[in-house]
Design a protein around this ligand. Structure first.
Ligand SMILES: [Zn+2]
Ligand SMILES: [Zn+2]
Length: 291
């Protein structure tokens, strides 16, 4: 009924009085309590705890990176990164192969700090392979090498190809500053015991590095061994939108299969050892688009 007062023994009112009472008690308690030792989120001690735990975590990441730089063949090391096997960088003797994106410069520098590096060679000039080239060349004082057909792009005198919105986005997110190319690579050149094999298509100056003695190949982006969304391993052509001439790249895939490699190290994906799967893919692509 309107205007009717509740009896003082009404349970809900009693509850609310109790909570108000508790609140007042808490208020009094807070007022009389000296400042907390741990303090509020902005206090010095809390900031120190955050900083220390952050540094501890960072040190653990560095330790994992150091620990997980792994040898995959004689004199061939794969640097670690995150996501794992996604933007690969290799150390072959004292030659660094590729430089991932510009965001990778710290992890590359950290993993190489106790190594001797004499040269950085690119499989091709794309944002996810040249991104840290400038930073690494400066940091270690080493020259940059790439195939003659990609030199202009690496030096910033010509655009990277293909010129489409996807690569423009890739450049915006991943590429680093241009850098002069001190050593121009040509088909048949020798580098740290590996032969340079011109494998154009993905870019005009794409190369593979092949070591005859144990048939190890560093194949760049002629193929990838990972699905770019699910990150599941598996051989596949690079997305066509990132290839200058995918038909020509298919001829380079034939070239790769014809080497009958024992181990293929790709720009993207884990090392691959299944010669049969590579031959089958090459055969299937030839059948799909005869040339
Ligand atoms: Zn590429
Ligand atoms: Zn790539």
């Amino acid at each position: 009924m309107p205007g009717t007062r509740r009896a003082p023994n009404d349970r809900s009112e009693a509850r609310s009085e109790k909570s108000v009472g508790d609140g007042q008690k808490n208020l009094r308690l807070k007022r009389s309590t000296p400042p907390q030792t741990l303090g509020s989120p902005g206090s010095k001690s809390v900031r120190r705890v955050w900083l220390e735990s952050g540094l501890g975590m960072q040190r653990r990441v560095w330790a994992i990176e150091e620990w997980s730089m792994r040898q995959i063949a004689a004199d061939v090391w794969q640097l670690s990164g995150w996501p794992r096997d996604f933007f690969n960088v290799y150390l072959v003797g004292n030659v660094l192969i590729d430089a991932a994106t510009r965001w990778a410069r710290w992890r590359i520098a950290r993993q190489l700090r106790h190594r001797s590096v004499r040269l950085l060679a690119l499989t091709h000039c794309h944002p996810d392979h040249q991104g840290s080239a400038w930073a690494i060349c400066r940091r270690f004082g080493v020259p940059l090498a790439c195939h003659e057909a990609d030199v202009a792009a690496a030096e910033g005198r010509a655009p990277m190809v293909p010129q489409n919105r996807f690569l423009r986005l890739g450049r915006w997110v991943w590429s680093g500053p241009a850098h002069p190319v001190a050593r121009v690579l040509r088909d048949g050149d020798e580098l740290a015991g590996f032969r340079v094999i011109h494998a154009p298509g993905h870019t005009p100056g794409h190369v593979m590095f092949f070591r005859e003695a144990d048939r190890v190949v560093l194949a760049g982006d002629v193929l990838a061994n990972i699905h770019f969304l699910s990150r599941r391993p598996g051989l596949r052509e690079p997305p066509r939108v990132f290839s200058h001439d995918y038909q020509e790249n298919r001829r380079s895939i034939q070239k790769l299969a014809a080497l009958r490699p024992s181990l293929v190290c790709f720009g993207h994906g884990p090392p691959h050892q299944d010669r049969g799967e590579l031959a089958e893919l090459a055969r299937r692509l030839t059948a799909a688009a005869p040339f």
